[in-house]
Design a protein around this ligand. Structure first.
Ligand code: CCH
Length: 286
């Protein structure tokens, strides 16, 4: 058992579990990034509900949302870390794991602060339908991300996470990775979106996506309809092109947007201590 508050020890243990030769492309990293994002991406600024505080995905109401299909793998990967560091909250573990995974996969450093609680306030449980639907277009994507308080530039930057991992037929119904090397963070998703020709394809389950056959890989790369909406929309498209051309800019903007994502709904005092953990007996968990 580690000392309470030893986040370096936690980070080291997260790094150690990323290599998973039997799983997907050999890394737990991408699905951990998705866990961090879905834990936070339920936030609604107007009602101040949802967000990473509370780790509500442990329960059926949120965990059983079809949009969260497959994320049990991510939670299972992290369970030994929680067992070894029982003082750590799931809400902190999930957000930190995403950030460590991004860095370990060659992505940017993302600032992260601890202090989230695992207390689930039923009145703050997010309803289903707060996470985006890949079958839809720019209006839907804006509706979802504006609700959290993001602007067009931040939406495009965050979408660059689709450089990682893949879609699974048994989870979302879509199939395949976005890029040839889906365990290495880069701006390739934007470059391929701009450079390649994407053809519509209806899968045998009736799901529609866009594909590009990669000869070297002998595999089809994919884009969701919601991905290609970024290059079709006149406000989003300039950011896609900027990030395709400038990896440094993308890393900087992605880091800032992801740091904002995992802080949604969390209020801190000047010392960084969370002040709206009032629903937890004794307040702040240190
Ligand atoms: Fe995503 N994402 N995402 N996504 N996502 C999927 C997989 C990943 C949408 C839909 C899907 C973000 C935004 C969006 C990741 C990170 C982020 C899948 C496949 C769908 C569908 C799930 C499956 O079948 O396993 C839509 C729609 C949007 C926005 O409109 C944002 C923002 C992030 C993070 C910053 C990552 C990583 C994956 C890969 C997961 C894996 O298991 O490999």
């Amino acid at each position: 058992m580690s000392n309470s508050g030893n986040y370096e020890a936690v980070a080291a243990d997260i790094k150690k579990l990323l290599h998973q030769p039997e799983y997907d492309d050999g890394s737990a990293g991408p699905v951990l990034v998705r866990l961090a994002w879905h834990s936070a991406g339920t936030y609604d600024a107007e009602t101040d509900t949802g967000g990473s505080n509370g780790a509500g995905m442990r329960y059926e109401a949120e965990g059983g949302d079809p949009a969260n299909a497959g994320l049990q793998h991510a939670r299972t990967f992290l369970e030994p870390v929680k067992e070894k560091h029982p003082w750590l909250t799931y809400a902190d573990l999930w957000t930190l794991a995403g950030i460590i995974a991004i860095k370990e996969m060659d992505g940017p450093t993302i600032p992260w602060k601890p202090g989230r609680t695992d207390y689930v306030d039923d009145s703050k449980l997010p309803p289903r339908g707060r996470l985006p639907d890949g079958a839809q277009g720019a209006d839907h994507v804006r509706f979802i991300f504006y609700r959290m308080g993001f602007n067009d530039q931040e939406i495009v930057a965050l979408s660059g996470a689709h450089n990682l991992g893949r879609t699974h037929k048994d989870r979302s119904g879509f199939h395949g990775p976005w890029v040839p090397n889906p365990t290495r963070f880069s701006n390739q998703y934007f470059r391929l979106m701009v450079e390649l020709e994407w053809k519509p394809k209806t899968l045998d389950n009736g799901v529609k996506q866009f594909v590009h056959y990669d000869e070297d890989l002998d595999e089809e790369l994919m884009m969701l309809p919601s991905d290609l909406a970024l290059i079709q929309d006149k406000e989003f498209a300039p950011w896609v092109k900027k990030y395709a051309a400038d990896k440094e800019l993308f890393y900087r903007d992605f880091s800032a947007a992801f740091a904002k994502l995992v802080e949604l709904g969390i209020k801190r005092d000047e010392s960084g201590k969370i002040v709206n953990a009032d629903n937890v007996k004794g307040g702040y968990i240190s």
